[in-house]
Design a protein around this ligand. Structure first.
Ligand code: MG
Length: 387
C-alpha cells in the first residue's frame, strides 16, 4: 500500500514532544515530512536538528535567539520567519496538512488558535490551550472545519477507546495517573519536597513544567479539564485512577459495563504517531509491550487530601468560563517560582486555589479576556511569592 506523505508544521520543536515528533517523522519512511517548525530560545539547536528534514520554513519566536542566527547557516531552501506573523504564515500555508501544537504552557494558545482558524488538522499536545479556552477553541474548530486530535497519552487512549461505542453510550472516562514521584510521600514529606525530588519522575521523561505538574498532580487536573472540552463530557463522567506503571493510558466504561483500555509502554512516540497517521495505523519506533516477561498492573484511588490539585481541577472543569485560564496561569507561574526556589512545593496548589478564589468570574469570556486574566493571575502569584 502506498500513502501520500503528510506535511507537518511543528510548533515548539525544541521541547520533549517536538523531539519525539522528529523521531516519528524520521522513522516514518517518508510518510510524514517536516514542512516547517518553530523554535523559541533553542533556535540554534533546532536549526541543526532540523537540517536532515530540510524544512521550507523555520519560525523564530524569540528575537534574541533569532538575532544570534547567521542566515548563511540555514539549511538550503529554508526561509526564516519571525514571531506570531511567522507562525500565522506557517500554519496557514496550503502545503501544511497537520499542525503539531507542542509549545509548552499558555504561550502555545496563539499557535493552536491560528492553526484551528486556518482549518487545519491539529495534533494537540498543548493541553493548556483547552484548559484556558476549551469552549472557544472547540467552537472555532467546528466553525472552521478543523479537526483536533489528542497527543496527550491519556487523551489519545480515550480517543482510541471511544471508537468502541457511541458517545451517548459512555458511562464514564477514567484517566490514569502515574501518581508522580510523590505518590507514596506523607504530608510531612511533601512539605519538605525539593525541586530535585519533584523533577525525578518514575515512569515518564518529560520537560520540567509537566514533570512538576505530575508531582503535584496538577497535570491530571489539567487533563480532566482538557478531556471535558475535547470529548464534550460532563465533569461528573470523568474520573482519575492511580496506575503507577503507566501502561494503561486511560479507560472508557460504556453503559453496559464494558471497560475498554489502551495499553503500551510509556513512550510518547506512539500517541504522536497515531495523531499523525489517524485514521490509519502504521508500524513505528515506539517501544512495545513485552508479554514474555511477567509484570503487574496496579490501580488505586487517588488521595485527594495529599493531592488537592485534583479536586481543584474538577471544580474548574465544572465552572468553565475564565476559571481554566486562571488556574492554568496561576499554576504556570507558581511552578516557575517553585523551580526558582521562591515557593514551597505544597504552596503551588495552595496559591492556585487562593488566586482562583479572588478572581472575578466571567462565564463567557472572549479570547482577549482570557489573555488579560492570564496576565492578572500571574501578577497575583507574584504577590503570593512576596508575602
Ligand atoms: Mg498526559
Amino acid at each position: 500500500m502506498t500513502f501520500a506523505s503528510r506535511n507537518l508544521a511543528i510548533l515548539g520543536a525544541s521541547g520533549s514532544i517536538g523531539h519525539s515528533t522528529l523521531d516519528v517523522v524520521a522513522a516514518s519512511n517518508g510518510r510524514f515530512r517536516v514542512h516547517g517548525l518553530t523554535a523559541h530560545k533553542h533556535l540554534k539547536e533546532v536549526v541543526e536538528k532540523a537540517r536532515p528534514f530540510a524544512p521550507k520554513l523555520i519560525v523564530a519566536t524569540d528575537p534574541d535567539a533569532a538575532a544570534s542566527i547567521d542566515p548563511s547557516t540555514l539549511p538550503a531552501g529554508t526561509t526564516l520567519l519571525h514571531g506570531a506573523d511567522g507562525i500565522q504564515k506557517l500554519v496557514a500555508d496550503p502545503e501544511v496538512d497537520i499542525v503539531v501544537a507542542a509549545i509548552v504552557g499558555s504561550a502555545g494558545l496563539t499557535g493552536t488558535w491560528l492553526a484551528i482558524d486556518a482549518g487545519k488538522t491539529v495534533a494537540l499536545a498543548n493541553k493548556e490551550s483547552l484548559v484556558m479556552g476549551g469552549p472557544l477553541i472547540m467552537d472555532l474548530a467546528a466553525e472552521r472545519g478543523a479537526t483536533i486530535l489528542p497527543v496527550d497519552s491519556e487523551h489519545s487512549a480515550v480517543f482510541q477507546a471511544l471508537q468502541a461505542g457511541r458517545h451517548r453510550e459512555v458511562q464514564r472516562v477514567i484517566l490514569t495517573a502515574s501518581g508522580g514521584p510523590f505518590r507514596t510521600f506523607s504530608q510531612e514529606d511533601l512539605e519538605r519536597a525539593t525541586v530535585e525530588q519533584a523533577l525525578a519522575h518514575p515512569t515518564w521523561q518529560m520537560g520540567p513544567k509537566i514533570t512538576i505538574d505530575s508531582a503535584t498532580m496538577m497535570n491530571k487536573a489539567l487533563e480532566v479539564i482538557e478531556a471535558r472540552w475535547l470529548f464534550d463530557l460532563p465533569p461528573e463522567k470523568i474520573e482519575v485512577v492511580i496506575h503507577p506503571q503507566s501502561i494503561v493510558h486511560s479507560l472508557v466504561e460504556f453503559v453496559d459495563g464494558s471497560v475498554i483500555a489502551q495499553l503500551s509502554p510509556p513512550d510518547m512516540r506512539l500517541p504522536i504517531q497515531y495523531a499523525l497517521s489517524y485514521p490509519d495505523r502504521m508500524p513505528g519506533s515506539a517501544r512495545r509491550l513485552d508479554l514474555g516477561q511477567s509484570f503487574q498492573l496496579d490501580f488505586q484511588p487517588p488521595d485527594l487530601e495529599r493531592f488537592p490539585a485534583l479536586s481543584l481541577g474538577l471544580e474548574v472543569a465544572r465552572a468553565g468560563g475564565t476559571a481554566g485560564a486562571v488556574l492554568n496561569a496561576a499554576n504556570e507561574s507558581a511552578v516557575e517560582n517553585f523551580l526558582n526556589g521562591k515557593l514551597r512545593f505544597v504552596d503551588i496548589v495552595a496559591a492556585c486555589r487562593d488566586v482562583l478564589k479572588q478572581h472575578t468570574f466571567d462565564v463567557n469570556p472572549s479570547l482577549d479576556a482570557l489573555l488579560r486574566i492570564d496576565a492578572w493571575a500571574r501578577e497575583e502569584i507574584a504577590k503570593w511569592v512576596c508575602t
